[in-house]
Design a protein around this ligand. Structure first.
Ligand SMILES: NC(=O)c1ccc[n+]([C@@H]2O[C@H](COP(=O)([O-])OP(=O)(O)OC[C@H]3O[C@@H](n4cnc5c(N)ncnc54)[C@H](O)[C@@H]3O)[C@@H](O)[C@H]2O)c1
Length: 435
């Protein structure tokens, strides 16, 4: 089946064959099979190590250097490479600025940045100024000012800058995107998404001692959507944000903060030093975003109450609705029974995106990380644009600070236009063939 380019997509106005083809590789990567991408990984903790393991499964990728504050972690990553029969990467380990030495000395094509949040943007800026593609873990920055720096530097240097938002690459989310582009939901009017993931007992705090880990300080000092990118990642393409539409404002509100203290007392007792601290971060943050074209989006931050994982993705258009949590869909005129849900899975299979032609489920996050890093490294190989661009990375990232400002003011806050007006003419691009 023929794949349709972005230009064909707009020209024909019909989406009958879009993105459903059987081609297995990105068009740009074709002919680049022999090319080696030289990669460095900065931050080889949990996520960085997971990326090392995934990168080792991608042909044509060589991890030439690794960097961490802790020598043991960098050595562990190097040992993983050696065990897989690859050359041992060079280790950089001294202080929080040693990444600069690595980026100066090694001629890296790309760098994966999986450090603490407060160093992401500075490392990415340094990489771009060195001619190296940054693949930045989420979020790409902590302030709107730093987010603008990423946009400006990418434009100035011509080096694409991608935030590694893996949930944009999920098989279900890409199938929804295919269907949206086929017009199956009609005009999109509203979406909802959440990051409902109890991370108090393993990510923010040590689950044996209750001690604070590095992200805990953000819960003490800020009240905002700390982690919006996993929920909003796939949604911005469903809503054509930066590509024909744009967020104009965000209005956020937060519940009281009860979950962290309750967890600490339950697990470690009333006298634990972290059990009676005052955490600024409310348990549930609800943000309402409006777009120029009249769409609305609700995002929930929900990471500190006991609950099973959920993203609660919902998309509603003039012809139907997709509900991820129900794993259901209803399409007006197509669903067999009037206003009765249908199961989602058959639609996912029928509208499978070409990035998911094989079973990657043995890889981390059910294969999503492989699909993302494969597309990222293909782009680096081709010296082309990354599958997620700097503008989409910026939109997802800016929600962190903007939601905090809105909560503080108890008022809506204007959303910046990182495209500087180009959203009006920009064509859809995510998960589409290049023209
Ligand atoms: N996309 C996902 O699914 C996902 C999952 C988990 C974490 N993350 C993101 O990955 C990042 C890392 O999280 P983690 O859970 O792996 O944390 P972690 O604490 O396990 O690892 C972070 C590592 O970065 C190192 N580091 C910090 N600053 C550094 C610097 N300046 N130079 C070199 N090394 C430095 C630390 O020593 C540590 O080993 C965070 O941004 C987090 O939000 C993403």
């Amino acid at each position: 089946m023929k794949n349709v380019s972005r230009r064909d997509f707009v020209k024909t106005g019909t989406m009958a064959t879009f993105g459903l083809g059987a081609l297995s590789e990105s068009a740009l990567a074709n002919g680049l099979a022999d090319k080696i991408v030289k990669i460095g990984v900065i931050g080889t903790g949990n996520r960085g190590t997971s990326h090392v393991n995934t990168l080792l499964t991608i042909e044509g990728v060589e991890i030439v250097a690794v960097c961490d504050l802790e020598k043991g972690k960098a050595e562990n990553a190097a040992a993983i490479c050696e065990k897989k029969g690859k050359k041992r990467p060079k280790i950089y380990c001294n202080d929080e600025h040693t990444y600069k030495e690595m980026l100066d000395k090694e001629k890296l094509d790309a760098v994966i940045i999986a450090t603490y949040w407060d160093s992401h943007s500075a490392i990415a800026l340094y990489a771009m100024n060195n001619g190296t593609y940054p693949g930045i873990e989420v979020p790409a920055a902590l302030t709107v000012e730093d987010t603008w720096r990423l946009v400006d530097t990418s434009e100035k240097t011509g080096i694409p800058c991608m935030m590694l938002e893996n949930w944009s690459f999920r098989q279900d989310n890409l199938a929804v995107l295919n269907m949206k582009r086929l017009g199956m939901f009609g005009e999109i009017v509203h979406c909802h998404c959440a990051h409902s993931h109890d991370c108090i007992d393993h990510w923010f705090f040590d689950n044996k001692t209750g001690e604070q880990k590095w992200p805990a300080k953000y819960l003490l000092n800020y009240n905002r959507d700390q982690y919006p990118t996993h929920s909003v990642g796939p949604v911005i393409s469903w809503m054509d944000i930066n590509r024909g539409d744009i967020f104009t404002e965000i209005y956020s509100t937060a519940s009281a903060s009860k979950g962290i203290n309750a967890y600490m007392k339950r697990k470690f007792g009333n006298d634990h030093p972290n059990a009676n601290l005052k955490y600024k971060q409310g348990d549930i943050v609800t943000s309402v975003l409006k777009t120029k074209m009249g769409k609305t989006l609700v995002i929930n931050y929900d990471m500190q109450l006991p609950r099973p994982y959920s993203n609660r993705w919902l998309l509603e258009g003039t012809m139907g609705v997709y509900d991820e949590e129900k794993s259901s869909i209803y399409l007006e005129g197509t669903s067999p029974e009037y206003h009765i849900w249908e199961p989602w899975k058959p639609y996912e299979q029928k509208n499978n995106h070409k990035w998911w032609q094989a079973d990657y489920s043995a890889q981390s996050h059910g294969g999503t990380d492989y699909v993302m890093l494969r597309q990222f490294t293909d782009a680096v190989k081709a010296k082309g644009s990354t599958p997620i661009d700097v503008y989409d990375s910026a939109v997802m990232t800016a929600i962190v600070e903007l939601s905090g400002i809105s909560i503080e003011k108890n008022a809506p806050v204007a959303f910046p236009d990182f495209t500087k007006g180009k959203w009006k003419t920009n064509l859809p691009y995510f998960a589409m063939d290049k023209p």
